[in-house]
Design a protein around this ligand. Structure first.
Ligand SMILES: NC(=O)c1ccc[n+]([C@@H]2O[C@H](COP(=O)([O-])OP(=O)(O)OC[C@H]3O[C@@H](n4cnc5c(N)ncnc54)[C@H](O)[C@@H]3O)[C@@H](O)[C@H]2O)c1
Length: 260
């Protein structure tokens, strides 16, 4: 299925070599966006670029660590050089550090905040002037249900994602006048390499996957494309009255109290 909702638009999707970012890039490309795939994993990033080009889409891989200011500046410059404009930035790159405060080393804490929160800051900092100069657009931050509700032993991850949601609101306030809408998506359980590594660390990975799946109101884990469709909505004109909010794409995970 291909559409036209992003024809004429240029998008950067960070962390797009696999998982949710790859799903977002695939949905954007199908809708006509010229898409820059940014990631630290060059092999997987080039494979994603190849796959999209083979389907006839315009896509370019740029190796960039979102926590590195010089690389982020070069990423935004590459988007401008390649496609001449920028309309959509998806801050998706993120890492999971699932530990309690005493069990977290300072290095783990700082790396988690650097990628998940400072990465959003840096990419937005360098993208905003170009989006503004391109006539406005949309920034979409991939936060998490962990920004709002919590489980134990996820301190660095939860803190970083709550920060992303606050940053989303402030950027929405600051840049409405620039024609830039800023929103967050809070995914629930999405079947990606990250989540597969969480299952793999359990004593019985298949049993953990079955238990998690059983708890989902809609009877399945999400797919990267489920988040891609939400990002497409927020990037499109259909969301032209939507800014500063969080969209939960979590199969009702955050709607429920404990089961009776
Ligand atoms: N999978 C889920 O259930 C879930 C739920 C809620 C939120 N999220 C969030 O969604 C985003 C994507 O998660 P995922 O499950 O697809 O993860 P993933 O680990 O499967 O994929 C993440 C991608 O980001 C890239 N990446 C990591 N660090 C980077 C950096 N410093 N700079 C650039 N790229 C980097 C990786 O190479 C990889 O390609 C993350 O922000 C994550 O916190 C995921």
């Amino acid at each position: 299925m291909s559409g036209v909702r992003l024809v004429g638009k240029v998008a950067i999707v960070t962390g797009a070599a696999m998982g949710i970012g790859q799903g977002i890039a695939a949905v954007f490309a199908r809708e006509g966006a010229r898409t820059v795939i940014a990631d630290v994993d060059a092999d997987a990033g080039r494979a994603t670029e190849d796959a999209l080009r083979r389907r006839g889409h315009e896509a370019t891989f740029v190796r960039a660590d979102v926590a590195d200011e010089a690389q982020v500046r070069a990423l935004v410059a590459a988007a401008e050089r390649t496609y001449g404009a920028l309309h959509v930035l998806v801050n998706n790159a993120g890492i999971g550090v699932y530990t309690s405060v005493p069990d977290t080393s300072r290095e783990q804490w700082e790396r988690c905040l650097a990628v998940n929160l400072t990465g959003v800051f840096l990419c937005s900092k360098y993208a905003i002037p170009l989006i503004k100069a391109s006539g406005g657009g949309s920034i979409i931050n991939v936060a998490s249900v962990h920004a709002y509700q919590n489980v134990g032993a996820t301190a660095p991850y939860a803190a970083s994602k709550a920060g992303v949601v606050a940053l989303t609101r402030v950027m929405a306030i600051d840049h409405a006048r620039d024609g830039i809408r800023v929103n967050a998506i809070c995914p629930g359980w999405i079947d990606t390499p990250l989540i597969r590594s969480v299952f793999a660390a359990a004593p019985d990975p298949e049993e953990m996957r079955r238990q998690v799946t059983r708890r989902q109101l809609l009877g399945r884990l999400g797919t990267p494309e489920d988040i891609g469709h939400a990002a497409l909505y927020l990037a499109s004109e259909e969301a032209s009255f939507v800014t500063g909010t969080s969209l939960f794409v979590d199969a009702g995970l955050t709607a429920q109290l404990e089961t009776w």
